[in-house]
Design a protein around this ligand. Structure first.
Ligand SMILES: *Cc1c(COP(=O)(O)O)cnc(C)c1O
Length: 707
């Protein structure tokens, strides 16, 4: 591991180390994990050294059977439980207490820990009676009582107790215990923070055949539901029951973790992501509900339906976590994400650097208001000025707000000469506030919200003559997306942008809305750089905070000079949390060469899409710049979006017929190829629709084109 990786691991672990100081963690080490003893012992010693109190309970079933076979005695099992006659009980005790226990003690000792081997008989730690059941299992015990004083004493003296799953019977005889149950009972009696069951499976799988369906968090109620519905595979049932017993008895959480994987024990305890299945007492929070699958999904969808504004046509997906270009839904299914929160998660989901910056800043200072200076705000302003070549920056909280600021700035600038009018482009999208909606050149966004703020008119993208006609003595600015996003991925023709640069010379401000196309998405830092011009005002938002809401208005010095104190402001705008996230995001973009990657991967994606267009009659046109790509179909795109989703790829459809792809800028070649492969399959749906469509359907243009 490189030093930076180590540091990252340590930083992530730190809060958990602090939270679990002095807390007891009972770990059950499975009998079939003998090959992993070294790594396990090392982890236990590590836990001890960082101030956590580990208690080990171990199994040893396989070794018991092995010795029995060597002694010529055949092991017999009934419903997974060993039939334990007196002789078998003696063998079991010999193996568990004499051999396995001492091997673990020695392994811990050889890594610098002071372990003490014991069994449930020592100090009358665990008392049991004979387990009843339909068949006589012999000396298989059921826990009656745990007296944890011996273990507590050992822990207080700095020892690591290692306990064999053997209990003391009423007549002094030894009873064999299920090690998971023994660990759970011990955890309850000790008031442990956690119970961790190390086993030889990845954890609880929602779908036994799919290792990707690991349930990472499970509420008690959901776990009980799963058990009663028969949704749990045989070997997992006693483990899940042990977890429920522990959590029901006051243990804060119980975990089922793959012990075959080196250090998964630590990953489960010290990272948010975890490595296995965690059973917790809660069931109200969505993260917990997340594990409950279908029922929880229905709940989320129903809650939305009841309480959210009915303004979204949502995909039937409840997303619960993400990492890089991948997200998981509430069922644990994975999707390659080529939507990335509509171009917001530019370095994929939960980039470690951004996440760390957010966490650190959240501990230092979240908000101050605009009455005071803050460090992240000025550092971010300086960085954006450096990258864009525009000297003055103002921070907002969203794209619409950034554009609102740009419109206000232009109007203030023109106010000396009575100029206020702004020309924008048809099919554009500038936001949902009243002024930015008025600036948006699409009637469908205006309908029902009039009267709109006056002072806007629209020209078709690329129409230089229409532009000339639209500019009046009152005109102060032209506002344009260098690559239209929401409107269906239309890059502005170079001649049009040249004309705008020409108008700049005549006092008309050029406002570039780079909220979607900026910050590397097109393969350059700013989309305007493709045209070799320098705008007067540039707006940013979407990816700027790496997922945290923040917008920015950048302006030339001489334009911003028209502003004075009191002319504009924002309570939240530019607060330390958002700015720190944005700084981390911009640093990561640069260090990882993500803009160059976007250019490279953009070419790969564009070439792949053109190849698809050649094969699929339903594709009318491909438009792409860098990692902003649109696949214009001759039929509605929604079925293609659904087919992609079923195949594990998230894409979005805009303007009804344009499949829009906005992958993370650090997407890999493999991920691009994977997406192209899925699209190839999904487009068959569109081809079929086209073949079945009535004559003439093939000529239907994008709705936006007709505006
Ligand atoms: C998304 C977007 C906006 C609006 O941003 P919000 O944060 O949703 O207000 C404005 N302009 C463009 C080009 C956009 O893509």
């Amino acid at each position: 591991m490189r030093a930076e990786e180590k540091a990252a691991v340590l930083l992530e672990a730190m809060p958990y180390v602090q939270a679990f100081q002095g807390k007891t963690v009972v770990i059950k080490y499975g009998g079939h994990l003998d090959g992993e003893l070294g790594a396990f012992a090392q982890d236990v010693v590590f836990l001890h050294l960082v101030g956590i109190r580990p208690v080990v309970v171990h199994g040893g079933g396989r070794e018991i059977s092995a010795l029995m076979e060597r002694l010529g005695k055949k092991p017999v099992f009934v419903e997974g439980l060993r039939v334990t006659d007196r002789e078998t009980a003696e063998i079991a005790e010999m193996v568990l207490s004499g051999k396995v226990n001492q091997e673990i003690v020695a392994a811990i000792a050889s890594r610098g820990g002071r372990a003490v081997g014991l069994s449930g008989k020592d100090g009358a730690l665990i008392r049991a009676r004979k387990k009843d059941g339909p068949v006589d299992l012999g000396f298989v015990g059921e826990v009656e009582e745990v007296d944890p004083r011996l273990v507590t004493t050992l822990l207080e003296s700095g020892y690591i107790p290692v306990c064999a799953p053997i209990a003391l019977g009423p007549g002094g005889e030894a009873y064999n215990l299920n090690a998971d149950t023994a660990a759970a009972e011990l955890a309850v009696a000790l008031g442990a923070e956690k119970l961790v069951l190390l086993t030889d499976v990845p954890g609880l799988l929602r779908d036994r055949a799919d290792p990707g369906s690991l349930v990472s968090v499970l509420g008690v109620r959901e776990a009980e539901d799963m058990l009663s519905r028969g949704g749990v595979e045989g070997g997992m049932i006693p483990k899940l029951k042990a977890c429920l017993r522990a959590v029901g008895g006051g243990v804060k959480s119980a975990h089922i973790v793959d012990g075959r994987r080196a250090h998964f024990l630590l990953v489960e305890i010290f990272t948010q992501e975890g490595a296995g299945t965690m059973v917790t007492p809660g069931h109200h929070d969505v993260a917990v509900a997340a594990a409950a699958g279908a029922a929880a999904e229905d709940t989320v969808v129903e809650l939305e339906r009841q309480h959210y504004w009915p303004v979204f046509r949502r995909q039937p997906l409840v997303l619960v976590r993400g990492e890089g270009s991948w997200v998981r839904d509430i069922h644990g299914r994975r999707y390659l994400d080529f939507v990335t929160g509509l171009a917001v998660c530019g370095l994929g989901h939960c980039h470690p650097r951004v996440t760390r910056a957010i966490c650190e800043q959240a501990r230092e200072l979240v908000h101050t208001s605009c009455l005071y200076y803050t460090v992240p705000q000025v550092l971010l302003a300086r960085e954006l000025a450096r990258l864009s070549g525009l000297e003055r920056v103002f921070f907002a909280n969203s794209g619409a707000e950034a554009n609102e600021g740009a419109i206000k700035l232009a109007r203030k600038f023109g106010s000396r000469e009575g100029r206020f009018h702004i020309v924008t482009v048809r099919r554009s999208f500038h936001g949902r506030t009243l002024a930015t909606m008025a600036a948006t050149g699409q009637e469908k966004y205006h309908r029902g919200f009039g009267p709109l703020p006056p002072g806007f008119s629209y020209v078709p993208l690329g129409d230089v003559q229409a532009l000339e006609r639209a500019i009046t003595p009152q005109t102060v600015a032209v506002m344009v997306e260098p690559v239209q996003g929401e409107g269906g991925i239309y890059p502005a023709p170079p001649g049009f942008m040249e004309a705008l640069a020409g108008w700049q010379g005549k006092g008309i401000l050029l406002i570039c809305d780079e909220i979607q196309c900026g910050l590397g998405r097109t393969g350059r830092w700013f989309a305007f750089q493709h045209y070799g011009l320098r705008p007067d005002i540039v707006t940013l938002a979407k990816s700027l905070g790496g997922g945290v809401p923040i917008g920015a208005v950048l302006a030339r010095e001489e334009v911003a000079a028209c502003l004075g104190p009191g002319d504009h402001g924002s309570t939240f705008g530019g607060n330390p949390l958002a700015c720190r996230a944005a700084l981390a995001y911009l640093e990561a973009l640069q260090e990882e060469g993500a803009v160059e990657n976007a250019a490279l991967m953009g070419e790969r994606l564009g070439a792949g899409l053109r190849a698809l267009a050649a094969r699929h009659p339903a594709v009318a046109e491909v438009r792409s710049v860098g990692l902003m790509a649109g696949l214009q179909l001759r039929v509605p795109g929604a079925p293609v979006v659904a087919a992609c989703r079923d195949l594990g790829l998230l894409v979005n459809c805009t303007e009804e017929v344009v499949i829009r792809l906005l992958p993370a800028l650090n997407v890999s070649a493999e991920e691009v190829d994977l997406a192209l492969g899925i699209l190839d399959r999904a487009l068959a749906v569109a081809d079929e629709a086209l073949a079945g469509a009535p004559a003439g359907a093939q000529d239907v243009p994008a709705p936006g084109v007709s505006q």
